[in-house]
Design a protein around this ligand. Structure first.
Ligand code: ACO
Length: 320
């Protein structure tokens, strides 16, 4: 994982915005977030996360077969950030593409990458979840700008010969009817950039927070219940739950509804806010570094985001 050095606290934001540390912490669970420095782009965060992921592992970037970067804030519309990353790390033999799944982007990308490993087509697939949300936030809109931060996480998918180790199952969903609740209106072919789109602040995140909240709680609970049931498990079997970090109240509500013990959940929204495609690989990395996952543990990942998109991945943790 990698998060930018620059910390922005709630108090920092409340100096230029009609908000307060108390409101933001109470309503979202966020205390601070990391924000890129000028000139620092998505690919820079991705490369640092990849370097951290591969540190100590004997993997030459030339061995990589595929790089998938999940993001809604690429360096530019094209070429893909994955191609930029490929060049920066010297992964000459990989093919690369970006995947747009918003907050579920990382789980979409993980499941996609896993297919190439499972079929035997590829041996090394790098999956990155990165977003520079600060590049599309209106820092005059207190209803959105306080909620997000910048950050990246990366994982390497490889084949295993061990029975029942690795990605056991995934369930992914989308419902385009939810698009109107969370989107960035301009910058694509519908509303290409003009002076008018800029004046109307159409290049920023627009969100109906209450509706997103409602659907997030319901869908995350549903998909986690479904994936556990389909694999013959209950919440008691789960060792670690790594949910998307959008709001502490969404996380706690899903915990209660799933009947999961509070000590099983990964929470870091207080320090990083919502890093969109970055939250799950960042959470997974921190949990691993803190010694919270050991071989054989059942790890449940869950996400909900713009689209709407949502999903869950179930992992039996292997050696690392
Ligand atoms: N500071 C102070 N007051 C605020 C702020 C703020 N930063 N933001 C909103 N308020 C005010 C509102 O204006 C409103 O005032 P009013 O009653 O006078 O109109 C009041 O606080 C309550 O607003 P609500 O929207 O009802 O607040 P709520 O408790 O629902 O919390 C929030 C809002 C945090 C946005 C919540 O709805 C939420 O987390 N929604 C889900 C967000 C989410 O999951 N997003 C997913 C993004 S993922 C992706 O794919 C990018």
């Amino acid at each position: 994982m990698y998060v930018p050095e620059k910390k922005v606290t709630n108090d920092d934001l409340s100096r230029s915005l009609d908000t307060s540390d108390e409101w933001i912490r109470d309503r979202s669970g966020i205390s601070e977030r990391r924000i890129v420095s000028e000139g620092q782009a998505n690919s820079d965060l991705s490369v640092k996360a990849i370097e951290n992921a591969l540190r100590g592992k004997k993997v030459d970037p030339k061995e990589l077969d595929l790089i998938i970067v999940a993001t809604v804030t690429p360096d530019m519309m094209f070429p893909s950030t994955a191609c930029i990353v490929q060049e920066k790390i010297g992964a000459k033999n990989a093919w690369s593409f970006d995947l747009s799944g918003a907050c579920s982007g990382f789980l979409y990308a993980m499941a996609t990458g896993a297919q190439f490993v499972q079929t035997g087509m590829h041996k090394k697939v790098l999956v990155v979840g990165t977003d520079v949300m600060s590049s599309i936030l209106n820092f005059e809109d207190r209803t959105t700008c306080v909620l997000f931060g910048d950050g990246a996480g990366a994982i390497l998918l490889e084949p295993t010969q061990e029975e029942d180790i690795g990605i056991l199952d995934f369930m992914l969903h989308s419902d385009g009817a939810g698009g109107k609740f969370l989107y960035m209106p301009a910058g694509g072919s519908l509303h290409p950039a003009t002076h008018e789109t800029v004046d109307k602040k159409m290049h920023y995140v627009h969100q109906d927070g209450r509706n997103v909240f409602k659907f997030a709680v319901r869908r995350i609970t549903e998909v986690c219940t479904d994936i556990l049931e389909r694999n013959g498990y209950t919440s008691d079997d789960v060792t670690l739950y790594v949910p998307h970090q959008a709001n502490i109240r969404i996380i706690k509500s899903s915990l209660e509804r799933l009947g999961l013990a509070p000590e099983k959940v990964v929470i870091n929204i207080d320090r990083y806010a919502n890093t969109t495609a970055g939250t799950i690989p960042i959470g997974l990395t921190e949990a691993h570094e803190q010694g919270r996952i050991k071989k054989g543990d059942l790890v449940l990942l869950a996400s909900f985001g713009a689209g709407f998109t949502w999903g869950s991945v179930l992992i039996r943790w292997g050696e690392f």
